[in-house]
Design a protein around this ligand. Structure first.
Ligand SMILES: [Zn+2]
Length: 90
């Protein structure tokens, strides 16, 4: 019997350019903090913020929005996404 997955004490460092990150439903179920929806862009005071899901590839439909809206979209997607990313090298 295998050991249950254990949450890392601290999440891994965020990739360069990521300004907000939301754990997906699959990430939560699999206890994998790398399955996230990430927001990238200029941040506050800019209209070029977008999100992209690291599990299913879903992304913002428009070319960019303010940070609050991009975060709301990312959070909403993370709340429902159950996609599991293909393991690397498989
Ligand atoms: Zn997704």
């Amino acid at each position: 019997m295998s050991q249950p997955a254990v949450w890392a004490e601290r999440p891994a460092a965020w990739p360069k350019g990521v300004i907000a990150r939301y754990l997906t439903r699959a990430g939560e179920a699999l206890r994998d903090p790398s399955i996230t929806v990430d927001v990238v862009g200029g941040g506050e005071y800019h209209e070029n913020n977008i999100y992209r899901c690291r599990a299913c590839g879903s992304k913002s439909l428009n070319s960019g929005t303010n940070l609050i809206y991009a975060e709301e979209q990312a959070h909403a997607h993370a709340e429902k996404c159950r996609a599991v990313p293909r393991p690397e090298g498989v």
